[in-house]
Each structure stands twice: as structure tokens, then as C-alpha cells.
Design a binder for this molecule. Structure first.
Ligand code: PMP
Length: 399
């Protein structure tokens, strides 16, 4: 039978072939119980979590949980409305104030997810006859934001400063320009040369948007991200972020110093035409963000964890996405999907959860076992994780 689903046949076949070997479906795992930011029960087994983006381990912070419970009692389970109608509660204002304080910027606008923040801001600010110049390895939400708008899209080679400059110089005189970058690229865990890229963008009259989803809370003196760490945060026009990683809940945002920023609340469709976040979610986010302002100790421990895991995996003979650890993401390169899936399953049987990542999410057709560390992983857990990689690696012939 041929119908609209026929285009998915190759993917269905690939999946069936993989699962016919008896492999556990790597994209269908159920967390039966979650005990802490670093441990869950999966398939009845205690499993260390090493693929959650829960960088600062805020999901079980007692103050965060108490704030969520209080808001649930006082404001109910949901707003049932858009931010521009009945969906702005004091909690939404409070989380935007927390973001303004966290970044020391004038404006903050909260969306229901980070995905929607990129979709909304990019599609709204870059209009017809404008140009978006973006790193080719940009996240799906950035590409979807480009696809939703009417601007001309010009990708450049990943992290290539000269390629960015060349593309910028080719934009027709007088056209509006938006350069879109990420602080940390989530597949390989590498960071962008923002210092140079922001300078080149500004020299060529472009506005700059940086998605700091994977650096917020962790990178930079105050956890403001790679732009802060590289001293260019004042030259970045828009920072996009998410509550689904270091903040430990769900939601997205854009912060900016642009004097006309607030008009976006009326013209940005993924902000206007969807319900706002539940009161309990914004309460947990606000509490978490304020605690992250005081997170230097956690940040230092997370760096220790990233460095130890990177060095240990390398010593075991695994190929990694970066020569040095640049973030809390360590990507282990697999030769192909079959080996990657076998290694993923072997790790799960050892009691370790990592992300299996494959094209089209990954660059250059790579299969990756993506590890993301948490500030709540103890040093002993990191050693335990290395033992599991050694056993699974040997069992599958990866090392
Ligand atoms: N930007 C980047 C770089 C991301 O990795 C992600 C999520 N993985 C998002 C945006 C979307 O965030 P959210 O989960 O809040 O939709």
C-alpha cells in the first residue's frame, strides 16, 4: 500500500532490521522510577544517568520542589491561556525577573519550550529580504525557526570564522543580517569561537543571536554561557536558552538589551498562539535560576567530572568528539549504527544510560554515544561509569 507514510519506509525498515536482532529499542526506554538527578530504575535495574542534560542536578533540589508544590496549591495546575490573554501570572513575571537578574540584561521573554523560543525569535526578527547566516551544525529548532520565516538562509561551515566572514561580505548592501550561533554544540560538546565570530559579525553590521542551551548555569564566571566566558556577552544581541537542561524543568527564553525587545510579545506567533507554562513550572524555574546564580561550587565539580570522564574514556581507547573536554558533553564516536546500538545496550545492561545519537541529528553521518555529566555525579560514580564503559567496550569489541 502506498500512501503519505510511504516516505518513511526506509526508516521503518532500518528500525525493524536493528530490532530483529533482539536489541532493546534505544529510542523507547522507560524510566520506571527516578531516584535522583543521577540514578533511575530502568527495566527493573538501578541505572546511572549519563544522558539527561541535567547539568546542575536541580531536578531534586528541595527548594525547587517546594516552590513547585506551593505554586500548584496556590495557582492550580495550569493557566489554560496564552501569555497575552489570561496566561500571565505573577510567576511568569517572577521567572522573567530571575532571568534578567541572572544575565544582568534588561529584557526577558519566556516561551513554553526552548524549541519555541528559537522558532519564535528567529522567524519573527528576520523577515523577507533579511539574511540569516548560521552555523551548519545548528540545532533543529534553529533550522525550523529559519524555515518558518521568510528570510534568506546562508549556512557556513561549522565553527569556521573565515567562512562566516565570507558569507557576511556576500550579503547584498543594505539587507538586514542575523548571525545565529550556539555556545556549546550539543552533538560533539564543542564550543564556538564566539569572541572572533561576534567581532566579525559586528564588523559587518549583523545582529547576533546565540543559543546557550547547553552552557547556561555551567560555563562562564556566573554561568551565563560561552559568550560570558569569552568576554563578548555585551555584544550579543539575543541569548536563547532553555529550562530543560541546567534549570531542571521545561520552558525556553530569550534575553536581550534591545530597547524595542518588548514588542516581540505582540508579534511573535510561537509566544502568542500557545498556552503559557503552568504556575508550578515557572515557580520551579525561578527558584532554580536564582540558586544557579550561586552555583560556583557545583560548576567547579562539574568541570572536574567532565575532565575525569574525558581523560578516562580516552585512556580506555575510545575516540571522542573533542581532544579536550570543552563542556559537560562528552561524545564517544562509534564506527556505525549497529555497533553504537550494541554498545548502548551493553552499557544499559551494565547499569548506565547514555544517549544514542544518529543522523540526521548528528553531523557528518556520525553515530555517537553522547554522555552529559551532572554536578551531582559523585567522583565515585564517575569511576563506576568508566568501569562500565570498559566492560561494555570489551564485550562489544569497541576497544
Ligand atoms: N537549542 C539547543 C541547542 C538544544 O540542544 C535544545 C534541546 N536539545 C533546544 C534548543 C530546545 O530546548 P527545549 O528542550 O527547551 O525545547
Amino acid at each position: 500500500m502506498s500512501d503519505l507514510f510511504s516516505k518513511f519506509d526506509p526508516l521503518i525498515q532500518q528500525r525493524e532490521e536493528l530490532l530483529s536482532t533482539g536489541l532493546t529499542d534505544p529510542f523507547n526506554l522507560v524510566m520506571e522510577k527516578v531516584e535522583s538527578p543521577t540514578v533511575a530504575i530502568c527495566n527493573g535495574r538501578r541505572t546511572i544517568l549519563l544522558g539527561t542534560y541535567n547539568y546542575m542536578g536541580m531536578t531534586f533540589d528541595p527548594d525547587v520542589i517546594a516552590a513547585g508544590k506551593k505554586a500548584l496549591d496556590e495557582f492550580g495546575s495550569g493557566t489554560t491561556g496564552s501569555r497575552v490573554l489570561n496566561g500571565t501570572y505573577v510567576g511568569h513575571r517572577a521567572v522573567e525577573d530571575a532571568l534578567k537578574d541572572f544575565y544582568a540584561l534588561d529584557h526577558a521573554m519566556v516561551f513554553s519550550t526552548g524549541y519555541q523560543a528559537n522558532l519564535g525569535v528567529i522567524s519573527t526578527i528576520a523577515g523577507k529580504d533579511d539574511y540569516i547566516i548560521l552555523d551548519i551544525d545548528s540545532h533543529a529548532s534553529i533550522y525550523d525557526g529559519c524555515a518558518m520565516g521568510n528570510a534568506q538562509i546562508v549556512p557556513f561551515r561549522h565553527n569556521d570564522i573565515e567562512a562566516l566572514e565570507k558569507r557576511l561580505k556576500r550579503v547584498p548592501e543594505g539587507a538586514g543580517k542575523l548571525v545565529v550561533l550556539e555556545g556549546v554544540y550539543s552533538m560533539l560538546g564543542d564550543i564556538a569561537p564566539l569572541k572572533e565570530m561576534v567581532a566579525v559579525s559586528k564588523a559587518n553590521g549583523a545582529m547576533v543571536l546565540v543559543d546557550e542551551a547547553h552552557s547556561m548555569g555551567f560555563i562562564g564566571e556566573n554561568g551565563r554561557g560561552v559568550a560570558e566566558a569569552q568576554g563578548v556577552i555585551d555584544d550579543v544581541d539575543f541569548i536563547i536558552g532553555t529550562f530543560s537542561k541546567s534549570v531542571g524543568t521545561v520552558g525556553g527564553f530569550c534575553v536581550s538589551n534591545h530597547p524595542k525587545f518588548e514588542i516581540l510579545r505582540l508579534v511573535c506567533r510561537p509566544y502568542v498562539f500557545t498556552a503559557s507554562l503552568p504556575p508550578s513550572v515557572v515557580a520551579t524555574a525561578a527558584t532554580s535560576i536564582r540558586k544557579l546564580m550561586d552555583g560556583a561550587g557545583k560548576r567547579a565539580h562539574l568541570w572536574e567530572n567532565s575532565k575525569r570522564l574525558h581523560a578516562g574514556l580516552r585512556q580506555l581507547g575510545f575516540k571522542l568528539g573533542t581532544d579536550e573536554p570543552q563542556s559537560a558533553i562528552i561524545a564517544v564516536l562509534m564506527p556505525d549504527l549497529e555497533t553504537g546500538a550494541a554498545m548502548w545496550e551493553a552499557l544499559l545492561k551494565e547499569g548506565l544510560y547514555v544517549n544514542l545519537a544518529r543522523p540526521p541529528a548528528t553531523p557528518a553521518g556520525m553515530t555517537l554515544l553522547r554522555c552529559s555529566l551532572c554536578a551531582e555525579h559523585s567522583s565515585d560514580q564517575v569511576e563506576e561509569i568508566l568501569g562500565m564503559f570498559a566492560a561494555a567496550g570489551r564485550a562489544t569489541g569497541c576497544i
